[in-house]
Design a protein around this ligand. Structure first.
Ligand code: OGA
Ligand code: MN
Length: 292
């Protein structure tokens, strides 16, 4: 224990981690999960730079944190590892897919601020993204500190928000993707019904944060439009530079983020021209978010 060090990014959240052999080839291969989990809870985003991580090792790192999620529409590109999902604009023929292809539409959907799998009853704990190919420009990922955004509200506003419940829905966010998608099957729809989560969540350490983003459809019990306006207003607040870390990817970066109190979004890149291939794993949560 204690062999890791964290170099903060200089933004309000995020740190580069040193002292962990992410690729798992050297003597420091064991995953110091308690230390990393504490680092994640403290910094929100952990960056491991320069490790070429094999799929087996990637899954091993993920599993150290907990159960791994399988996405609603799983990837078939890693036959032995259904937990790994490629966020990739490369099609089956090895070339980049067109701007309007469902694959691009899905990827461009992640340009909205969101927190992963908030449409589940028990949303995930963290996501891990491993950069295989990065575009020459654009394609950064931004992270917003939702504790800081919450704490920046005045006391009266915080009290108003504290009792509200938000309806999150996969069907809703999918329908809002920026283009045509294949229709969602009845089976998928039945598997992911809308769920309710507190707008202000309180995590195990007692810290409060705003919990919303792209899967958040409306405020429970409010007229839909009014709820959407409030959600949009809060997302705009949180997306200000003062709450954001922008990660500029290098090939072989592994980035892990805490989905409990951060939002993230992809920044645009020339998706119909430049390749961007990221391998992704999501670690499941263990309990539903709790309110104040
Ligand atoms: C994700 C995601 C954004 C990106 O993996 O959940 O939203 O920058 N990724 O690829
Ligand atoms: Mn995401």
């Amino acid at each position: 224990m204690g062999r890791l060090s964290y170099r903060p990014t200089g933004a309000p959240l995020g740190a580069f981690v040193e002292g962990f052999d992410a690729a798992g080839t050297g003597p420091l291969a064991a995953v110091p999960v308690d230390e990393l989990a504490a680092g994640l809870a403290a910094h929100g985003v952990l960056v491991f730079r320069g490790a070429a991580i094999r799929p087996e090792r990637f899954v091993e790192i993920g599993r150290a944190f907990g159960e791994l999620e399988i996405l609603p529409e799983p990837d078939k590109r890693h036959p032995g590892h259904p937990e790994i999902f490629d966020l990739s604009n490369v099609g089956p023929d090895g070339g980049v897919v067109a701007y309007d292809e469902p694959q691009s539409v899905f990827l461009r959907g992640t340009e909205r601020w969101h927190t992963d799998s908030s449409f589940r009853e028990i949303p995930c704990l963290c996501t891990m993204l491993n950069a295989i190919e990065v575009p020459p420009e654009g394609g950064e990922t931004e992270f917003a500190d939702m504790r800081a955004a919450h704490d920046a509200l005045d006391a009266e506003r915080r009290a108003e928000l504290a009792g509200l419940m938000v309806v999150h829905s996969y069907e809703y966010s999918r329908a809002n993707n920026p283009g045509e998608m294949d229709p969602m099957s009845d089976e998928e729809r039945a598997k992911y019904p809308p769920v309710r989560h507190p707008l202000v969540r309180v995590d195990a350490d007692g810290r409060r944060s705003l919990y919303l983003g792209g899967h958040a459809s409306h405020i429970d019990g409010w007229p839909e439009q009014r709820g959407r306006e409030l959600l949009a207003e809060l997302v705009a607040l949180a997306g200000q530079d003062r709450f954001v870390y922008r990660h500029v990817w290098e090939r072989n970066d592994l980035v892990v983020w805490d989905n409990r109190w951060t939002l993230h979004r992809l920044r645009p890149y020339d998706i119909a021209r430049h390749r961007r291939v990221m391998q992704r794993i999501t670690v499941a949560g263990t309990e539903p978010p709790v309110g104040p």
